[in-house]
Write a protein that binds this ligand. Structure first.
Ligand code: HEC
Ligand code: HEC
Length: 234
């Protein structure tokens, strides 16, 4: 009797091990898939012209109001395709989450609310903090690219981590922005492939042909505003 019980418990232990071992290939496959998707491949030769061209290919996405409404100048978010200042006096606040009692999360949830003029939403919906405001408005393509590479301006990210950030729901929201908002027209697949190509080829930046940079003259140059939001009713 005692023996039989210990045999059956042995069998149970063996079955558990079998099950756990059978999970290993599955877990490993998932890990490899994820790493392949996110990590920059090693062994790809540095290609400055290719990287710069890949960056240029995503600039139209970066200039789209779905991105610029949180990455424009000022201490407030913007709304709509004409990027008018957010109604109701919404402010960046000390941490990007809004000022005083009017926090972004009061209205914005982790998903879009259905209906015209209802708050859009995605996980982590807020503005960059005033300490690192990540303002893209007014930057040339070269400067925008340099910002993406500057750990002191980009949230302490490597180019590979910028690629990873482009896969977050907050960024991908731009393709499913909710009722009444224009989605980013560039295909999401193309956008993600190009930002990855930029990082893989060494993350070189495009050279601005028409805009002088600080390097040209050796003194600071005030950025030329290339993005001009218009104001007024939509
Ligand atoms: C609701 C506001 C919001 C929207 C909309 C938004 N972002 Fe951001 N973005 C942020 C915040 C907040 C951060 C800082 C996150 C952090 O550091 O953890 C950020 C940081 C970034 C960064 C890294 C920092 C930098 O500037 O180098 C990139 C790249 C970026 N966003 C891309 C995009 C793209 C592309 C879109 C549009 C498809 C977009 N974002 C739309 C709020 C937004
Ligand atoms: C009192 C409610 C409320 C608060 C608080 C609020 N919002 Fe909004 N927000 C809205 C509503 C409603 C809309 C949609 C307006 C529309 O579609 O006409 C909106 C739209 C937006 C949009 C426009 C998206 C687009 O591309 O058109 C952005 C960006 C945004 N909010 C960011 C923020 C941020 C960041 C905060 C916090 C700093 C914040 N909001 C706080 C209600 C709010």
């Amino acid at each position: 009797m005692k023996n039989r019980r210990s045999i059956s418990s042995l069998l149970a232990v063996a079955a558990t091990y079998c099950f756990l071992f059978s999970l290993i290939p599955w877990v490993a496959a998932r890990g490899v898939e994820r790493t392949r998707a996110l990590l920059v491949h090693e062994g790809i030769p540095r290609d400055d012209a290719g990287a710069a061209a890949a960056f240029e290919a995503i600039v139209p996405v970066l200039h789209h109001p779905r991105c610029m409404n949180c990455h424009s100048a000022g201490d407030f978010p913007r709304q709509g395709d004409n990027s008018h200042p957010h109604t109701m006096q919404i402010r960046r606040g000390s941490d990007g989450q809004g000022a005083n009692a009017v926090r972004c999360s009061t209205c914005h949830q982790d998903h879009n609310l259905a209906g015209l003029h209802m708050p859009p939403g995605a996980p982590d919906w807020h503005l960059p903090s005033p300490a690192m405001p990540m303002i893209w408005e007014g930057l040339t393509d070269h400067q925008l690219c340099e910002l993406f590479k500057d750990p002191h301006g980009n949230g302490h990210r490597t180019p590979a981590q910028i690629v990873e950030h482009m896969h977050t729901p907050l960024v991908l929201w731009g393709w499913t922005p909710g009722d009444g908002r224009t989605p980013v027209p560039t295909s999401q697949h193309y956008f993600l492939a190009k930002i990855q190509e930029w990082a893989e080829k060494g993350a070189a930046c495009p050279v601005d042909v028409d805009a002088p940079t600080s390097e040209t003259f050796g003194f600071p140059v005030i950025p030329i505003t290339s993005y001009k939001p218009t104001f007024g009713p939509e």
